[in-house]
Ligand binder design. Sequence first.
Ligand code: SF4
Ligand code: SF4
Length: 437
Amino acid sequence: MASAVAELPLPAVLRYPLATPVGRFRPSAEDGARARLGDVIAERFEAGGGADAKPIEVLRAAASGRIERTPTALLLHPDGSAERAPPLQAPSLVERTLEAGIVGLGGAGYPTHLKLRQALERNAHALIVNAVECEAGVNADRALLNHHADDVLHGIHAVADALGAPRVTLAVSAPLPAAIDVATQVVDGPYPAGWERALTQRLLGVEAPPGGYPTDVGVLVLNVATVFAIGRAWRRGEPLTQRVVTVGQREFWVRIGHPVAELPLPPRVAIVGGPVTGWPADVDAAVGKTTRAVTPRPAVATSPCIRCGWCATACPQGLLPQELWHEIAAGRWAQTERLRLADCIECGACDLACPSQLPLLAALRHAKSQRMEAARRDRAANLARTRFEARNARLAARAEADRAKRANRLQAPRDWMRPRSADAPRSNQPDPEPHAP
Ligand code: SF4
Ligand code: SF4
């Protein structure tokens, strides 16, 4: 691909963890099987979905090679061949987006086909393409606009056509060097200016309801990398297998599954994500669909909370991060619910504000994932209980029906026992033998 963004060489192995922050993938490729570039190798289903559930996300091989299944991840050993899966075929944009494996590439990871469907159902009248990068040094979206504006435009037109000519706004954090054929707005508000709720309010003057989303008020917000991926999938039939990532201080095309340890970074511990919203990479971390940046981690010395309240002042959601920090540390989960942990948008503004350098965001994420896992277990247990009770009710109803049938049979007089009237037509059965006295 001719591009001013360099492509990283193929690593010796690509790694796809099965457990992700948004849910668990089920491998669809067998151990030892060969995959082509673009083949589906794993699928993710709605939590609690039954055996006949349809996938809500697919994961596609970012190279051709041999699959190795491990308990926690799929490994793909590239064989160097350029064999590709056939181009995507789905005729509608919603289905094509699912087929391509596209999710919110700005960081949310929400399946884009679901978001598109919601926007269509609510007759969305506006589309905001979000290229506002609030974290210093992260320029992946900018690189796409600078070097791949044509595919971004194809994506914008594809979504706009599907929605039926909405008002389109491209939101950027700095003026673009070249004109692009879409209304562009430079957004330079306080951090996190690129948060879709704040963006909708700022650009269109409408506010999503508390706990709701911009689609609830007829506005579809898509990250520019997501729109780019839609453009590629719709125009060229290409699935999502790579993305632009800021690695240290440069942008590269990186395959999904590329091990973080093999990125061209100084030999220091890395952060997956930007300097504010990223989290420490573990030894076998890999670039995922939502990885916008991988950043070398600066050494920081933390000190105890001094109750200054700066984190609460910085929080755009009006939360009390310091209180959440103390409750999480004590494992008092019920209290975290009272403090509205679920409303945290993981922007990291509290981390930035904290003079004690406490890893507030990491603690909040950990707590949210614990709560989500507990909720998932509860949902699965409830579903299993409902199914068990429904089965018991079915069996009881069947047993009752059998019992009633048997009772009817015993009570119903046999034909030959019924008194026969003189003019009743005679049965062609022989009359029963009279009983012996
Ligand atoms: S990460 Fe969560 S708690 Fe911290 S400032 Fe952002 S929304 Fe508030
Ligand atoms: S900013 Fe840091 S030190 Fe200040 S109250 Fe919040 S957690 Fe405590």
